[in-house]
Design a protein around this ligand. Structure first.
Ligand code: URA
Length: 237
């Protein structure tokens, strides 16, 4: 990749600003000052601006605790703010959410720029389990539980529940390997109950970090990225 493009991607600069930084001689690549904007940055090179390492332009993987009232889409013209407003320093990289969460739902939003991983995490073929903590309007009856475990039909197709764990009379942990539109809410409605609070707490093997407060985020660790990739059979690059 050209050096000016590399810097504008990594630092969110316009191409003109990046060129200016390069022209001033502030940029080194593998220890050498580079003053040419069209210099081709070698794979894995160490790029410094004024002696400070420039963030990698490799894919970004963030665990964001989406609060209620935020969209999991990137549109800006809606009645609610986008999750992008919670991660302004990443916005220039154009990340998106791997799997939607309703505006009135909260919890783990996996934000990434890795299109292939996001695609596999959300595609039914890869059956990546997602776990939700669900609060219900009424206690879950044994009949309702049985119906859910048998597979409630939505859109003419049963919803396969991987796991249902009762936390109390009206709170459950529900694990599904599919992400149909409003699937959790529709599932409980279908059996005569109603979801009053929905929080995604786990995607694949990765749990929402309890250290994160609503609206906070952290990068996934390299180990977590590896686990996710392994789950959907993507090779580490
Ligand atoms: N099911 C829902 O009903 N809403 C979500 O946001 C996710 C799953």
């Amino acid at each position: 990749m050209r050096l000016d493009k590399y810097l504008s991607k990594a630092l969110g600069l316009t191409r003109k600003e990046a060129k200016e930084v390069i022209r001033r001689g502030e940029v080194t690549v593998n220890g050498e000052v580079i003053k040419k904007a069209d210099y081709k940055v070698p794979e894995g090179a160490t790029v410094l601006v004024e002696g400070r390492a420039v963030g990698s332009v490799g894919p970004v993987y963030l665990m964001l605790y989406k609060p209620k009232g935020y969209l999991s889409t990137t549109e800006r013209d809606k009645d609610y703010p986008s999750f992008l407003d919670l991660i302004p320093e990443y916005e220039h990289l154009k990340p998106f959410a791997a799997g939607r969460l309703d505006v009135d739902a909260e919890g783990f939003l996996l934000v990434t720029t890795d299109g292939q991983l996001a695609h596999r995490i959300t595609h039914p073929k890869w059956k990546v389990p997602k776990t939700y903590e669900v609060e219900l309007e009424k206690p879950l009856t044994p009949e309702q539980e049985e119906k859910i475990l048998k597979g409630v039909e939505l859109d003419g197709k049963p919803v396969k529940v991987e796991k249902l764990e009762k936390l109390s009379e009206s709170r459950v942990l529900l694990t599904l390997s599919e992400g149909r539109f409003h699937v959790v809410k529709r599932l409980f409605k279908e059996v005569g109950n109603r979801v009053t609070n929905l929080k995604r707490v786990k995607i694949g093997p990765i749990e929402l970090d309890p250290a994160l407060a609503e609206g906070e985020y952290r990068e996934l660790t390299p180990e977590e990225v590896r686990e996710l990739k392994k789950l959907v059979r993507l090779e580490e690059t």
